[in-house]
Design a protein around this ligand. Sequence first.
Ligand code: ATP
Length: 305
Amino acid sequence: MPVIATEDLTKRYPGITALDRLSVEIEPGVVGLVGANGAGKSTLIKILLGLSEATSGRASVLGLDTVSHGPQIRGQVGYMPEHDCLPADVSATEFVVHMARMSGLPADAARERTADILRHVGLYEERYRPIGGYSTGMKQRVKLAQALVHDPQLVMLDEPTNGLDPVGRDEMLALIRRIHTDFGIAVLVTSHLLGELERICDHVVVIDAGVLLRSSATADFTRASEQLAVEVTAGTEAVARALTAAGLTVSAAGQILVVEITGEDTYDVVRDTVADLGHGLLRLEPRRHRIAEVFEGGAADVSAA
Ligand SMILES: Nc1ncnc2c1ncn2[C@@H]1O[C@H](COP(=O)(O)OP(=O)(O)OP(=O)(O)O)[C@@H](O)[C@H]1O
């Protein structure tokens, strides 16, 4: 059963169609929802949580209809909102315990789960200090912790890497991946950066102006291309010239030579050419596309990390 399914889902605000007949099915795993700012990602999440009503079409989460089963869905789903929404004058522990209690956990269980989950997201002694003094990265971790504290089956994370520096972003992406691998929780994570979703998602859904552009396994986005990546121990330029003289089409990407595969003998020609010049091969393999390249010239606003 898909964890999320939408059928012709449409949401219109005055003067704007935020979602336009969106039909998509999302299976358990780590699924990325990517689109430029304004593509409709937050609108979709709010409808899925039963917090906003669609203009037309249908959506279900964990098999439950979003219109008739909003409270049940919210009981089984964790939500990390995009914007800052934390109270400044309470500690992470107080806040997350409060959220756990709101989800129906008894006091003891709420305290225990809070301690576990704050440790899991990497907050230790700081968890007793008021949130107002936290860095952006620490606040994002508190938001993530409150989304997980009631042990949901699915979490929806809206732009969890927003405002983070590269190190903080890497740590957050690793944490998100572990939500699924350590706890078996299904994850829907949004970003306007294709490159970061490519790193942690099993499946990526791309929307643009509320329209579904593509929904496929990450491996399909990054499928092998008809090109070889060649890296040599020395003499990159000489090798490029010799390969061109041998009739191959070659372009350079830094130290890597990209060679068009024209037939099964392309591998042999490259190997022999490099050997004839007295150099060694560091790499000879099919070049893989990055997701961002697949969309170059397509969804112009969607950028790589
Ligand atoms: N309550 C609202 N009233 C009117 N228009 C809205 C409302 N909420 C969203 N929109 C518009 O709907 C479109 C989709 O917005 P949405 O917030 O879903 O996009 P997004 O992909 O999440 O982008 P962002 O990352 O910037 O939040 C945008 O054009 C936005 O201006």
